[in-house]
Design a protein around this ligand. Structure first.
Ligand code: 15L
Length: 275
């Protein structure tokens, strides 16, 4: 029986993936600080924080692979990003090492390279980090931690730079970054099944006609995407019009996260000054 631990199991992405990853011969162990609905389908529920080493070590017992989706999924001030996303990823990898878990799949993000421009051709999965936010920095740290745990301790670690994993793309940028939930599950399955991947960084996107990122590295792992955001393009264009290619939404992979509104440090400083 294969056992997969999913962190952040109550979150948006895990909620989309969980039914798609359930199968005979596999137990899903679902970990979150919040209530994870269900459990009647044979899943094991663990209520714990990814920052709690003892709890994470216990949760890793008997686990074949971890899908680490836990953490803050949007931009926040530095302290929570440091604690939940960076320290939480360290704890997850270290607990995996201590418990002898062989493989960890990390939910990195396009925001690790958010400031990469969209005009210079397909962005490879090994593009040098250009994080757009504190959140993006935490994903760079996640990839660095994964690399260190692979090289130093022999864990097999695949970091997926996820584009936009939702039921449907929500705007013109997401036509380029969309990862359908079905392809998301296909990619996780490929990451779980790949023989001896060592450490890899791959893009998590569907086979979108309009695309910015390379799927070569994910395909090399065995990923065979089947969805294309193009079927939503006409409707999105009718509803929202064609965006200005010079706007941050379309100019950078990170989209609006690269715009003025995401100046977290400036906002944090202003908040401190009004205290
Ligand atoms: C992410 O990394 C976020 O977790 C998600 O909320 C989306 O905003 C996504 O990136 C995106 O860039 O579309």
């Amino acid at each position: 029986m294969q056992r997969i631990l999913i962190t952040g199991a109550a979150g948006g992405m895990a909620t989309l993936l969980r039914p798609r990853l359930a199968r005979a011969g596999r137990v899903l162990r679902l970990l979150d600080i919040a209530d994870v609905p269900g459990g009647g389908d044979g899943a094991e529920i663990v209520r714990a924080s990814i920052t709690d080493m003892a709890a994470m070590q216990a949760a890793c017992a008997g686990v074949d692979a971890i899908v680490h989706l836990g953490g803050l999924s949007t931009e926040h001030e530095w302290a929570p990003i440091l604690d939940v996303n960076i320290h939480g990823t360290y704890v997850t990898l270290e607990a995996a090492r201590r418990a002898g878990v062989k493989r960890v799949i990390l939910a990195s993000s396009n925001h690790a390279i958010g400031y990469v421009g969209t005009q210079d051709g397909e962005v490879r999965a090994d593009a040098f980090p250009r994080p757009d936010t504190n959140y993006g920095v935490s994903k760079v740290a996640m990839e660095a931690l994964g690399s260190m745990y692979a090289d130093r301790y022999g864990l097999e670690v695949v970091a997926i730079r996820i584009g936009s994993c939702f039921e449907q793309p929500k705007d013109a940028r997401m036509l380029r970054t969309w990862l359908s939930p079905d392809d998301g599950a296909r990619l996780i399955e490929a990451c779980v099944a790949a023989p001896a991947p060592g450490f890899r960084v791959v893009w998590g996107a569907s086979n979108n006609t309009r695309h910015w990122v390379s799927l070569d590295e994910a395909r090399a792992l065995g990923y065979a995407p089947q969805d294309d955001s193009e079927r939503f393009a006409a409707q999105l264009q009718a509803e929202q019009g064609e965006p200005d290619p010079a706007s941050p939404l379309m100019r950078y992979v990170g989209g609006a996260w690269c715009s003025e509104g995401w100046n977290t440090a400036v906002k944090e400083q202003a908040k401190e000054q009004t205290k």
